[in-house]
Write a protein that binds this ligand. Structure first.
Ligand SMILES: [Zn+2]
Length: 96
């Protein structure tokens, strides 16, 4: 009996994307009592939804926003980038 398995994995076209230089658009900011590495994420690069830690509301796909993480790793995190958070640009700018 022939099983009609769907064995074809559909592999999307690979786009050769130039890798952004690490830190190319990174700036740093001093907020909430610590220094943060900050990068802006253009709408075209926002391919996943996130929850903004400031207002607790979602950041939709395609919405330009800010990603920031403490320069100094938080307690319990081995690497600072693990503390990375995505923020609404407006929420981030309102932080002091
Ligand atoms: Zn927000």
């Amino acid at each position: 009996m022939a099983r009609r398995g769907n064995k074809h994995l559909r592999i999307g076209k690979r786009y050769e994307q130039p890798r952004p230089l690490s830190g190319a658009h990174a700036t740093s900011a001093h907020k909430l009592g610590e220094r943060w590495v900050v990068r802006t994420v253009p709408g075209a690069s926002a391919t996943k939804p996130y929850t903004c830690p400031a207002c607790g509301r979602p950041i939709g796909v395609g919405v330009a926003h800010v990603v920031a993480w403490p320069e100094t790793p938080a307690w319990g995190l081995e690497r600072a980038v693990e503390g990375r958070r995505h923020w609404h640009t407006g929420c981030w700018n309102r932080l002091t």
